[in-house]
Design a protein. Structure first.
Length: 94
C-alpha cells in the first residue's frame, strides 16, 4: 500500500468533512499469490482435478438416482426453475 500524505478536509470546528471520499487502496496481490501457493501445496502432487470432477459427477448421478414419482416431479420442477442443472436426458437416473 502506497503511503498517502493527504489530510482529509475539515470543517470550521476541525472535525473531518464526511462529505468527501477518501482514497483507500490495499494491494492484495502478494497475499493472493501466497494463498494460491499454499492451496496447491496442501493439495499435494497427486491431486488430479479431472478425477475429482468425475467423482463429483458420479456423486450427483447417485444423488439423483432411484427417485420415486413425487421426487422425480420435484427434481424436474427444480430443473425447469433453473435451481438444478439438467442432467443427461432431463430425467434423474433410474
Amino acid at each position: 500500500m502506497a503511503p498517502h500524505d493527504h489530510t482529509p478536509p475539515s470543517d470550521a470546528s476541525g472535525a473531518p468533512d464526511a462529505s468527501e471520499l477518501v482514497d483507500f487502496a490495499v494491494d492484495l496481490t502478494s497475499q493472493e499469490v501466497l494463498r494460491r501457493a499454499q492451496v496447491m501445496a496442501a493439495l499435494g502432487p497427486d491431486w488430479d482435478p479431472m478425477e475429482v470432477l468425475l467423482g463429483e459427477e458420479a456423486a450427483y448421478d447417485l444423488l439423483y438416482s432411484g427417485l420415486d414419482a413425487q421426487q422425480q416431479r420435484l427434481y424436474e420442477d427444480l430443473v425447469a426453475a433453473g435451481v438444478l442443472p439438467s442432467r443427461g436426458d432431463g430425467r434423474a437416473a433410474a
